[in-house]
Design a protein around this ligand. Structure first.
Ligand SMILES: Cc1cc2nc3c(=O)[nH]c(=O)nc-3n(C[C@H](O)[C@H](O)[C@H](O)COP(=O)(O)OP(=O)(O)OC[C@H]3O[C@@H](n4cnc5c(N)ncnc54)[C@H](O)[C@@H]3O)c2cc1C
Length: 411
């Protein structure tokens, strides 16, 4: 029988999709969705792409207030859940209010990791996760000449592109031997790094920040190798950590995230976790992991809504991701981490890069730049559990789009 009250903690990509899908599936119980942010739920990806610009772009809400009203989704902003009481099936807010539930969905997301670098509390040192962070960053960028970005991951590089586009002197400092080490192949990372350098961004790799200097405001960052990079704005973007403390208090979460099974259920009856916070068995990676992407958050929201309404409740969706830097749109289908062979090729008159990543002879992911057709075809192919050979990937006459069409026709 469907639960009478579903309580969702967190109202972002995962939480909102859970609520919307519950209603789409005919769930008739009460839906309460709690957010510790003040705004209507919004799209997070633009924060590092357009919203962190001085003057920013307009906020893009995920759903209107009307959408929630029409579907009887009780959206409660500005409210933090402080405690879970699973035996009583209730939660307690930071203000001491009690909310009862029958099913609880933890969609608490993640927050920026801040390493204990001396000087991290100086004015002008920032992180980027929320709309408020993006607006503060955009304002700070207006008055900044030198921007230092600690971490050469997606968010750091997207903000580097924004800052360089605004004519600022930008330095990215990455501790690993190359940028995007955890996210993409060396071939794709090299193309992005080349574009950043062409736009005047300095990329330092294999060196880490020892200290952030300044009196009350930041003035420079100092690296292990002895570099002193002038900076009046520093973005710390070295990764994110799951908001798993609530779950940790009741034994179902730790630094890795909230532990769930393939149906996204935790070990505590009636409690599920979805999105960035969920450490789940991923069929495509063949391992348990957290994935930080809109696709993962929304597809997990759909899966948990199906579980709560008696439908198919196994999370098997193909992971995919994108990033925008300057005029380059990077799209990734599948999980390319841990590949043992990368076959790259350039298509079209403008030489658009595609990298086919293989693990033990199987295609596990495809990274493409400014090539939506290839990306969509790769998603179809990988989603159907198909593979191609490395020789086909390397063959300029092999058309992955045509191969994907054949699959679609056979389905
Ligand atoms: C700057 C930026 C750019 C990104 N760009 C891309 C991109 O280009 N492509 C892509 O696929 N992904 C991108 N991502 C990742 C994507 O935004 C996340 O994967 C997605 O937001 C995850 O959604 P979520 O609902 O799981 O968690 P979140 O979006 O983190 O939302 C969780 C919400 O829960 C709230 N919360 C936490 N604890 C509590 C509590 N105790 N009580 C009440 N509320 C609580 C949080 O404040 C937050 O509002 C980007 C992320 C960032 C930060």
């Amino acid at each position: 029988m469907a639960a009478a009250t579903t309580l969702i903690i967190g109202a972002s990509h995962a939480g909102v999709q859970t609520a919307a899908s519950l209603r789409d599936n005919g769930y008739d119980g009460r839906i309460v969705m709690i957010s510790d942010e003040a705004h209507l739920p919004y799209h997070r990806p633009p924060l590092s792409k357009t919203l962190a610009k001085p003057g920013g772009a307009a906020l893009q809400v995920l759903r209107s207030a009307r959408f929630f009203e029409d579907r009887r989704i009780e959206f409660v902003p500005d409210t933090r859940i402080a405690t879970l009481a699973p035996n009583e099936r209730r939660v307690v807010t930071a203000d001491g209010a009690v909310i009862d539930y029958d099913a609880l969905v933890l969609a608490t997301g993640a927050r920026p990791l801040v390493p204990p670098i001396p000087g991290r509390d100086l004015d002008g040192v920032m992180t980027l996760r929320s709309l408020d962070d993006a607006l503060r960053l955009g304002e700070a960028l207006q008055g900044a000449d030198h921007v230092a970005i600690i971490g050469g991951g997606m968010i750091g590089l997207e903000f580097a592109a924004v800052a360089a586009g605004e004519g600022r002197q930008v330095t990215v400092i990455e501790a690993a031997p190359r940028i995007l080490g955890r996210a993409v192949s060396a071939e794709t990372a090299d193309q992005l790094a080349a574009e950043h350098r062409r736009r005047g961004v300095t990329i330092v790799t294999g060196d880490s920040v020892l200290a952030i200097e300044g009196q009350t405001r930041v003035s420079a960052v100092v690296t292990k190798a002895g570099l002193r990079v002038p900076a009046d704005l520093v973005l710390i973007a070295v990764g994110a950590i799951a908001n798993a403390e609530l779950a940790g208090d009741i034994g179902i979460g730790n630094r890795e995230g909230i532990q769930v099974d393939t149906g996204l259920a935790t070990a505590v009856p009636g409690i599920y976790a979805v999105g960035d916070c969920a450490h789940h068995p991923n069929t495509h990676a063949g391992a348990s992991m957290r994935i930080e992407s809109v696709q993962n958050a929304t597809d997990q929201g759909r899966t948990v809504a199906a579980a709560l309404t008696g439908g198919k409740a196994r999370y098997t969706a193909l992971p995919w991701f994108w990033s925008d830097q300057y005029e380059l749109k990077l799209q990734i289908a599948g999980i390319t981490q841990g590949h043992d062979l990368a076959v790259s090729r350039r298509d079209g008159p403008d030489g658009r890069l595609t990298v086919f990543c293989f693990r033990r002879g199987r295609l596990v992911g495809v990274e493409s730049i400014n090539n939506a057709r290839t990306h969509m075809a790769a998603r179809r192919l990988l989603g159907a559990g198909m593979t191609i050979t490395a020789a086909q990937a390397a063959d300029p006459d092999f058309d992955i789009g045509a191969a994907a069409k054949l699959i679609a026709a056979a389905e």
